[in-house]
Design a protein around this ligand. Structure first.
Ligand code: AHR
Length: 766
């Protein structure tokens, strides 16, 4: 008989704030997403620095009878320089197309319109939402005063008489005149918690329903990819510039190649965290941009450190402190009780790590209770990862922010990733992770991995990434929650995160499995046999003196002229378990280096990337069905000189040498399945006991569940099951994969339960 016994009184780990969210303004997650503003380019600030094809008139249109220009002679304020100058004939109009297919208005709902205007005489303009066929969904009239010399803000409420996903905001001039407009804004009144100028209700509620314990924000690469000067258009994300009245905030280039209005700024992030019950976890740039290898001079690092200290005062200081009073003035006299602060986001190289201690020491000294988060690069292993951990241990960081995006097979092969981590050192903050894909299979593999995260004493926080994606502005996928201008789609990955988050518990408790220890291997191929292929990585060059050695026999292979990214078949390894490849290489043009594929079959291959990611890496990546997982990382910059490169393969062990020096040394582990993935917890607030069980096998598992300790009578079951592994949700089909619920009765603290094939089951015993 298969059996799981849960020892309800044997806590071995406080679960604390384990499961949370990561918000990055990527995929138009903020503007055109969570931030409910319906007007795109509301302040005519778009420009080609944000995105090559942007102009100050992007998303705007005009009818005949309008002469217009975007100018900046007499701006609204020093942050908002551009405005629209219009010379209009009576009956002419200008319009804004919003995001996606247009502006979404819903019959019966109200919308707050506002605008800053200067006009050459008192006149009437009509404000409406119309579709392309000029059907009107909402309409009102605005009397603008003769205010040639100064800006005046007007507002009115539009009530929608119909529903459209393709609306345009239309401003029609009833009289000929000269007008100037800035900050043209339209917000639904039906925002999250009814906040004026607030957040999109459906998205915000879907996040709140997950019951996250924390939220990391505002990015990602968004925080550190930019110029060091906070006045620059393409500045890094500098929190102090995102405060105050929205019309007085700058708008910036978003590093994901669009514009960010900063309407959703630091104050709003803190308020949102508070509203959804998530602890705020902001991430600040550490004065170093790894994308450009550019850092602030150490003599000036003090200003950056001060910015971090100011943020803590802004969040936690009383209303009579300098920054606490800014918060109070914005409407929140009470502190936000921030506990965590991240410095840096997956930076690699000395540039960051020589700056980190300045932040760390100053924060520790002034705010010893703040938990400081260091960073460990973009991969689950390697040089960047090790340097991050060494720095964290050296300075005593509370947590280390780890990021990795990998194939489901990597997750299956690395379930025990954190098994040997020191529970008494800095804790793991898995600040970004996902398996490549939004299928049911991806989600249930992530669920299995989460059972191990929950059980590891070294792991303190974890959040899936990225969180949001507007279907019409995709920078990155997979993502947890997708949306267009009027509906959202919760992915299977969302449901897994939600199941684990809302059923986290306060204490992980011991359990025992009986007759459930079978480990199922998923592949028969043990060795890295298959093709060896070479390609350039945006370079030209040549390789020569190429030899392949196996079983003491060396074969000479042909030289190759490398041109662009063309793949060259070098050799087919039929059955050698141990082999090596050696050759000379010199680049003659381009910035990066080579890709050397080996073990290449129809669905998998391993890649040695020599001079990858902007010529920073010497990596080994394992690819399954095109989905890559980095299994070794070293920093390396390829130059235009001669190299001797050597690859050694032994079973699944891989070593690379550059000029005789060992660079990569790793094992491409094979995926395997545990018979059941299990974790158990108790919740001291509710008194409930929670059992999470993931069955990744194709077989039903009949198991006797036994609770040792307090008596429980009922099990509330929440499960994902009965789906095909390839199933995905879609807009229009958002429920294809979604949880089912049921109730079970326990007899003598025992329940016989069948875990269906490919299922995630959460049982809450009460
Ligand atoms: O989550 C998307 C990106 O992945 C993040 O911006 C970055 O931190 C990571 O490389």
């Amino acid at each position: 008989m298969k059996k799981i016994t849960v020892y309800q009184n044997e806590s071995y780990k406080k679960l604390g704030d384990l499961y949370g969210l990561f918000f990055e303004d990527i995929n138009h997650a903020a503007d055109g997403g969570l931030y409910a503003e319906l007007i795109q380019n509301r302040s005519f600030e778009y420009c080609e620095i944000d995105k090559q094809d942007y102009t100050p008139l992007t998303a705007w249109d005009k009818s005949e009878g309008v002469k217009w220009d975007v100018i900046s002679d007499r701006p609204l304020n020093k942050e908002n320089l551009h405005y629209l100058h219009v010379e209009a004939e009576a009956g002419a109009y200008i319009s804004n197309a919003g995001y996606n297919t247009g502006i979404y208005v819903e019959a019966g709902k109200k919308y707050d319109f506002s605008v800053f205007v200067r006009a050459d005489k008192e006149s009437v303009v009509s404000i409406s939402v119309q579709d392309a066929e000029k059907k009107i969904y909402a309409l009102d009239r605005l009397v603008v005063e003769d205010t040639k010399e100064q800006w005046k803000q007007y507002s009115l409420t539009l009530k929608a008489v119909g529903t459209s996903y393709e609306g345009r905001l239309v401003i029609t001039f009833e009289e000929t005149g000269v007008y100037e407009f800035d900050m043209v804004s339209l917000f639904p009144q039906d925002t999250f918690m009814g906040r004026k100028g607030g957040l999109r209700r459906d998205i915000a509620e879907a996040l709140m329903e997950m019951k996250p314990k924390f939220m990391r924000f505002p990015g990602g690469c968004l925080t550190h990819d930019g110029s060091l000067n906070d006045k620059d258009r393409d500045s890094m994300y500098r929190w102090r510039r995102t405060l105050g009245k929205v019309e007085e905030r700058p708008t910036w280039r978003n590093n994901w190649r669009y514009n960010q209005t900063l309407g959703l700024g630091y104050y709003e992030y803190f308020c949102f965290c508070e509203d959804i019950g998530a602890k705020p976890l902001p991430v600040l740039p550490g004065g170093f941009n790894p994308h450009k290898g550019e850092g602030v001079a150490l003599e000036s690092i003090g200003e950056w450190v001060q910015e971090a200290l100011d943020l803590i005062e802004f969040a936690n200081g009383s209303a009579d402190t300098k920054w606490g009073s800014v918060r109070a003035k914005m409407g929140h006299p009470q502190p936000f009780h921030m506990e965590y602060l991240g410095i840096g986001n997956e930076e690699i190289g000395d540039g960051f790590f020589e700056r980190y201690p300045y932040f760390h020491n100053a924060i520790r000294e002034k705010y010893p209770k703040i938990k400081i988060i260091n960073t460990a690069g973009p991969f689950a292993v390697g040089e960047g990862y090790d340097v991050g951990w060494e720095s964290a241990k050296k300075y005593g960081s509370d947590l280390v922010d780890e990021h990795y995006y990998s194939s489901p097979e990597w997750f299956l092969a690395n379930m025990h990733h954190y098994e040997d981590y020191d529970a008494n050192g800095p804790k793991v903050f898995l600040g970004e992770y996902a398996s490549w894909g939004n299928t049911y299979y991806n989600a249930i593999v992530e669920a299995a991995y989460m059972t191990h995260l929950e059980r590891s004493k070294a792991v303190a926080l974890a959040c899936y990434a990225p969180m949001l994606c507007n279907v019409d502005y995709v920078n990155w996928k997979p993502d947890m929650l997708w949306f267009n201008n009027h509906e959202i789609m919760k992915t299977p990955n969302y449901y897994v995160q939600k199941l684990f988050m809302e059923n986290q518990g306060t204490d992980a408790v011991r359990f025992e499995k009986e007759n459930l220890d079978e480990v199922i291997e998923l592949t028969d191929t043990k060795n890295l046999v298959g093709d060896i292929i070479i390609a350039g990585n945006d370079i030209e060059g040549k390789i020569w003196d190429v030899t392949y050695t196996a079983q003491d026999e060396t074969k000479t292979l042909s030289d190759i002229e490398i041109c662009d990214n063309t793949e060259h078949m070098l050799y087919r390894v039929e059955q050698d378990a141990e082999y090596s490849l050696e050759f000379k290489f010199q680049r003659s043009a381009g910035r990066k280096g080579l890709k050397i594929f080996f073990g290449a079959t129809t669905d998998s291959r391993v890649q040695w990337e020599f001079g990858g990611w902007d010529n920073w890496d010497c990596n080994i990546m394992s690819l399954v069905n095109g989905r890559g997982s980095t299994i070794s990382h070293r920093i390396f910059h390829v130059e235009d000189i001669e190299y001797v490169l050597k690859l050694e393969v032994k079973g699944r062990e891989i070593k690379t040498y550059v000029n005789g020096v060992l660079y990569n040394d790793t094992v491409d582990r094979l995926p395997e399945l545990e018979e059941l993935y299990v974790t158990a917890s108790t919740d001291e607030e509710t008194g409930n006991t929670i059992l999470k069980v993931v069955n990744l096998t194709g077989e039903a598992k009949q198991v006797q569940l036994v609770l040792e300790g307090e008596e429980k009578h009922l099990a509330f079951v929440n499960a994902l099951r009965g789906c095909a592994l390839t199933d995905e949700n879609e807009l229009g089909q958002p429920q294809r994969v979604s949880p089912v619920t049921e109730k079970q009765i326990l007899i003598d603290n025992t329940l016989d339960y069948t875990f269906t094939p490919h299922s995630v089951t959460v049982l809450v015993f009460a």
